[in-house]
Design a protein around this ligand. Sequence first.
Ligand SMILES: [Mg+2]
Length: 651
Amino acid sequence: MINSTMKYVQSLTMQLKPDNNNDENELLTASKYFWKYLKHNMVETIFGLPGGGVVPLLQYFPSNMNWINMGNEEQNGFLAQVYGQYTNNVGILIVTYGPGICNSINPLVNAVKENNPLILISTFNPNASVNDFQNTDFRKILQGATKYCFEINKASDFAKNLSMAYNTSKNKNTGVALMINIDILSSTIQNINMRHITYKSELSSNAINKIRKKIVHNFKKFDKTLIVLGKGNFTNFNIIKDFIVKNELPYVTTSKGRMIINNYPHYCGRLGSIGNHSANYALYKAESLIVIGNLSGGLTNEVSQFYENRFSIGLNYFTNQSQDNRTKRTRRCHIGRNCAYTRRKRSGNMSNLNHKKTLLQLSIDDSTFIIDKDNNNISSYIIDDFSPVFHQLKVVNNPLWNRSLKHANNKLLVPLASKSKLEQYISSAAEVYSSKKLDIAVTTGVGNHWYSCNKYFDTTIVNSWHSPTTLSSIGVGFTNGYGMYLAQKRPIWIFEGDGGSAFSFNALVYLYENCSDLPLTIHITIDSYYSAIVTSYIIKKKIPENYKKSDPPGPWMKTNKTPKINYMKFFPDALEFNNVSDYASYINKTPYTEKLRIILLNISDEDPINNIQYGNSNIYEINFNKDYYNMLENNEFDKIHQSELVIASED
Ligand SMILES: [Mg+2]
């Protein structure tokens, strides 16, 4: 066990007892026990690619489990974590040592950054040197990818460490590596009663009462309290919904939260520069926040102010930074599983720390599942089950606050305008989705289609939206969609760009060849370049405003072309659209099919609006500048509504 996990491991209070039941007390080899343990924990499907290093494990693969291999460890790993997330369990990725582990680093880091539960499992030869065939210092590589690296060196540790890896991934919603000494797989181990090694974090009744009091305290009659719904694999969302609705509480969602309660008048929209003005207004005016769910996964500006603004809130900006020589301080109470709203101290920058004093300085490495730090009026709790917290909880709402938000909603709770052709394609799909109240999950890859989907899709049913925010590795769209289907067995709309399609073309071919009977609608937006990068060049003025189609492309374009793929050659039954109205009409008539379909949305180079080349995949978003804050401050709804949307770039 590596040092960084010791503290956490010691904190788990599992009891490892030999079982007295004769049936369960049999001696098993480690390999057989491995599968029995996963089956006991309701893991039905394994993702992986075989190799010599894992054959000793795979030869005992049980007949009542499913094995899925999309062709490489990277796609298998992306797929596994989405499956784990939406089965409210873990995704198991089995890879061979050597290149198998190397290919798995991207999905492992993705799981860590996006808070998806994934266990990367491989073996190691304890006698190998780093220079041996297919070997290197994998311990070092894996420790760079996740802080939760477990090793099993002795048969006597097998049950305990396997359980540690499983429970860490599940309870912390994160990526975990488990390396097993290949020599012990054939060793016999005494079976352990599995009831004793299934960890469940539970709050004491005292802790529950403390949270309930904290919530009631936050909702004082004249306080402007707002609920923020973040990401969560909420298995008991109805209890949260009942709490909000019965108490008539105003709420907003983050980009990852995205849950709308139908016909509820106190829903204020989605936060962020590609969200709704109404949500930003509510957040700006709120004096106290209750966050339910997970704000990690790129939703703080610890990663990037750019991404925080887009996907969540500009929450730090709104609630903590000085504006016009005035510091807004907002009380917060975080509630949720894995709510890791963290901020590290920045050495030598105390003014910044003071400035941000309402932020919680908390790490999920604190080795406990219940954390209550009253530091700066902020508390955070990590819990599995919301029921005891919200059950029949009555709070006093503020009717004046509710009324003012409702008034703002009337003016501001509308989709942002769509300007570019990409935006128009996606917004027309989103309009059909909302108007028909489709019970379809929506997933994306990464790129400008991703921003566009984030901007326009409003999903009402919980766990209907999966889109990256933090690591944002290109080419995850197909696996996101397939993973969601495997977990939920319902129709999926997948959106991917041409860059992502080229990156993960094997996944597209896999779906086309192996999943033709599944209700997967795969959209690919095609503009022949990496459009998010084009936006950067436009902002840098490498592409002049008057750049015409007839002008030769600059040398930068050589670096920015997506690989050419003749989609109709590979997928002759794909549906191809060249204009938005044809596609809008089609998707309106046929939002759902029982079988897999591929829809190609072509985006020409020419921009009919701005008459420039390369502008047709731009994303136009709210400009979080001083003027915008002033308009929010002064309740200038018409001006906010009419404010010009702008293109933005990370760099
Ligand atoms: Mg593109």
